[in-house]
Design a protein around this ligand. Sequence first.
Ligand code: HEC
Length: 148
Amino acid sequence: MRAAAMRAAIAAAAASGLAACAGLFLPGEGTSGAGATVSGRALYADYCAACHGPDGRGDGPAAAGLSARPADLTRLAARNGGQFPLVRVMAKVYGYSAGRGGGGGAMPEFGPLLDGDTVLVETAPGVMTPTPVRLVALAEYVGTLQQR
Ligand code: HEC
């Protein structure tokens, strides 16, 4: 995977606000790519729930010890005009995964999320970016936590 190109594409998509228009070319929901071996729900439980809580409300058991409050991940769509900002979520986690925390390092690094197969994701209109399947599955799962 060309990490630099992916980072640039995701960052550009996120920064330009085009993320809401991004489309995914993936079968199924919640799981992505080859087979159903990647479970966004399991990844969320492993990497995110401690701080963001089992339902994404920002009330995980580890939240109390943090200086910054973990974001309420159930309101990402509501705060983005009703569109779940999939690419922005991936960019956020990707930023931490690659060791440059966008929010002052409040979240740990998630290196293993970038391991394994990639799928093409439209990170901006007409821009297809090879993106780790695990990262996509995780972000899709966060999408299912949105309040309606
Ligand atoms: C150690 C605690 C911790 C863990 C683990 C953690 N986060 Fe966070 N997260 C935070 C904190 C604190 C913030 C708010 C500060 C910031 O934005 O950096 C945050 C912010 C975010 C935001 C920004 C929300 C917004 O308003 O745009 C996203 C998206 C997010 N986290 C997703 C995740 C995902 C997905 C995972 C699992 C891979 C995860 N986080 C794991 C603590 C954590």
